[in-house]
Design a protein around this ligand. Structure first.
Ligand code: APR
Length: 254
């Protein structure tokens, strides 16, 4: 696969790279993107209706069961060639990952210090005292519609998923870190996001405004396309290995 010339040039010269990823990054691992229709027990619901404090308030057992099914699904898939290429790229120059994804596929591929803007499926905490939950999370063999969430050993509050729901603030430290990273970056590669959910969708604009070379990798046009210097209409698992292979060809490093 041919790597766009301007991207390769910028990537060879870059000393600080930030890869901003969305659901499309994990699509080829079998994780449905956020705007893909829900399946199975939840097909009648839009993800936006389930991932809210209101939905949790209304029926925590229903929302908990949905997150258990997602937690179980992610545990059964593996990082794809795109995740692995991003991890390998960090062996050639400084590459940091800022993700909207709540899966742990970047980490399982070997990327370190991944900034999770929307939290994580693999962490849980008490909704009342925020104590991290370290207990067992039982994923039913077959998805079931309702499972009572565990309770906090500290205060008895309900344990909730460690993800950021619609209408909730992003974790401040993660947000400030991602802003600092894109402001200092030479190259920002935006992979597999529709660019419609803010404030994460503002990072490409911030990057461009700070002088970074911005590239979009997405098979389809998005709200990021006009902000990017270059758009690469390919998939994450197809294109990223080609980019890293081309970079290896350019560097005397193994
Ligand atoms: N490779 C690259 N991009 C892909 C691939 C692929 N294999 N498959 C799909 N895409 C692109 C789609 O074209 C789309 O633009 O990934 C994007 C996925 O968009 P969304 O489903 O909207 O996901 P995302 O942008 O990550 O959503 C942002 O919204 O719902 C919230 O918190 C949730 O983090 C999520 C945020």
């Amino acid at each position: 696969m041919l790597v766009p010339e301007a991207l390769l040039e910028a990537a060879v010269a870059a000393r600080r790279v930030v890869v901003v990823t969305g659901a499309g990054m994990s699509a080829e691992s079998g994780v449905p993107t956020f705007r893909d229709a829900q399946t199975g027990l939840w097909e009648r619901y839009a993800a936006e209706d389930l991932a809210t404090p209101e939905a949790w308030e209304r029926d925590p057992a229903f929302v908990w069961a949905w997150y258990l099914s997602r937690f179980g699904a992610v545990a059964h898939v593996a990082p794809n060639a795109g995740h692995r290429a991003v991890a390998a790229w960090a062996g050639l120059t400084q590459v940091r990952v800022v993700t909207q994804n709540v899966d742990d596929l970047h980490e399982r591929a070997g990327s370190r210090d991944v900034v999770h803007l929307h939290g994580s499926l693999t962490s849980f905490r008490c909704e009342r005292c925020a104590t991290a939950y370290a207990g067992v999370v039982d994923v039913p063999e077959q998805p079931v519609e309702r499972v009572d969430p565990p309770t906090c050993a500290h205060c008895g509050g309900l344990v909730r998923p460690g993800v950021v729901w619609f209408g909730e603030l992003l974790p401040l430290e993660a947000w400030e870190q991602s802003v600092a990273l894109v402001e200092e970056a030479d190259l920002v590669l935006v992979v597999g996001t529709s660019g419609i959910v803010h404030p994460a969708a503002g990072l490409p604009v911030l990057a461009r405004g700070s002088g970074a070379f911005v590239v979009e990798l997405n098979p389809f046009e998005t709200d990021v396309s006009d902000v990017a210097h270059v758009v690469w209409r390919e998939t994450a698992a197809g294109a990223l290995p080609a980019l890293v292979a081309a970079l290896r060809g350019h560097s005397d490093r193994p």
